[in-house]
Design a protein around this ligand. Structure first.
Ligand SMILES: [Zn+2]
Length: 332
């Protein structure tokens, strides 16, 4: 059973999840190892290996076969079946590990990575994510969904089969809460969304823009924290995947496909984290789209964070965004 413990010094929770220790590792397509013991010869995310995952939550099928599935994380750090309870622990405070923890198996093909996806693969992926954002919103115990993809060992992935994760939390992480409040205040002062102003200035500045279509801009942020970091940001007033219509999804797939073909041409098979930022469930209403923009962050893990970064939260980036954008633009 996992639990959150509150750090009074950092004013933030830590999630303790001992179950995660038992996760299998199959990177480099080696046999799955379960604390040194072989459990499967084959990957549990493959076609016709469905019995090795917990009961299915959602799927996208074509021609009678699944193309994308969502299942509970077998090595879950959070559990949806327990109540969210906060308790005093003498001077300290802890909470039960309530929350959602799901795995999105993006493709039945073990060897297909995101840079190999065609338009149809990406439509399936974003459609199933959209269905989870809409469905989990009905659980009013959840305040926030963290949707992310860890690709490669340096990004924290333990399985090579292409997948993403969804974690639903009963509270807003401090970083998210502060950022959303800041964007709200910006809107109240300027009557414009902060992201709209950033996009306007980045488009004027031009050097960091890699590509754009009618609905999205792909660029290396002016103050990128990571080498070759990019953002994909909605130009329209969209705050969450739940608001996307078919043509929004289609434009998102186009720009994502364009990015990952450039990513692979420029950087090859390297580790990265992809974070899909939707407006939090907490306080979400018709006004949210005034100040919050749906966006995707992709952070390649080329250089490791070290002591200075951990001490100060200031990243040292050895590649200027205009250099990274130029390399991306020339890569195809
Ligand atoms: Zn597989």
């Amino acid at each position: 059973m996992s639990e959150f413990r509150y750090c009074k010094l950092a004013k933030e929770w830590t999630l303790f999840a001992p179950e995660r220790l038992k996760r299998p590792k199959d990177l480099n397509n080696k046999k799955d190892i379960y604390l040194g013991e072989i459990i499967h010869d084959k990957c549990p995310f493959d076609l016709e290996r469905e019995e090795f995952t917990p009961h299915e939550i959602a799927r996208v099928s074509q021609d009678g076969k699944w193309k994308c599935r969502v299942v509970p994380n077998l090595y879950n750090a959070l559990s949806i079946d327990i109540p969210f309870q906060s308790t005093r622990d003498s001077f300290f405070e802890k909470s039960s590990g309530f929350g959602a923890h799901e795995v999105v198996i993006e493709t039945p093909n073990h060897d297909k990575q995101i840079w190999n996806y065609d338009f149809n693969d990406l439509i399936n992926y974003f459609t199933i994510l959209q269905s989870r954002v809409i469905n989990l919103k009905n659980d009013d115990r959840l305040a926030y969904l963290s949707i992310f993809k860890n690709q490669g060992e340096d990004a924290g992935a333990s399985m090579s089969h292409s997948h993403s994760q969804i974690m639903g939390l009963p509270f807003l992480p401090k970083k998210i809460k502060e950022n959303v409040e800041y964007q709200k205040e910006y809107f109240e002062t300027h009557n414009r969304a902060l992201f709209d102003d950033i996009l306007y200035e980045e488009l004027n500045y031009e050097k960091n823009i890699i590509a754009q279509n009618s609905e999205f801009v792909l660029y290396c942020p002016y103050a990128s924290q990571f080498a070759f970091e990019v953002k994909i940001v909605s130009k329209k007033k969209l705050a969450s995947l739940s608001e996307f219509n078919k043509s929004d999804l289609s434009a998102l797939c186009d720009i994502t496909k364009e990015y990952f073909s450039k990513f692979y041409a420029a950087l090859g098979d390297i580790s990265f984290n992809m974070i899909i930022n939707n407006a939090p469930y907490k306080d979400y209403d018709v006004n949210t789209k005034n100040y919050f923009r749906f966006n995707i962050e992709i952070k390649p893990r080329i250089y490791k964070e070290a002591g200075f970064e951990q001490n100060t939260d200031i990243n040292i980036n050895v590649i200027l965004p205009e250099t990274a954008a130029k390399i991306y633009k020339e890569s195809r």
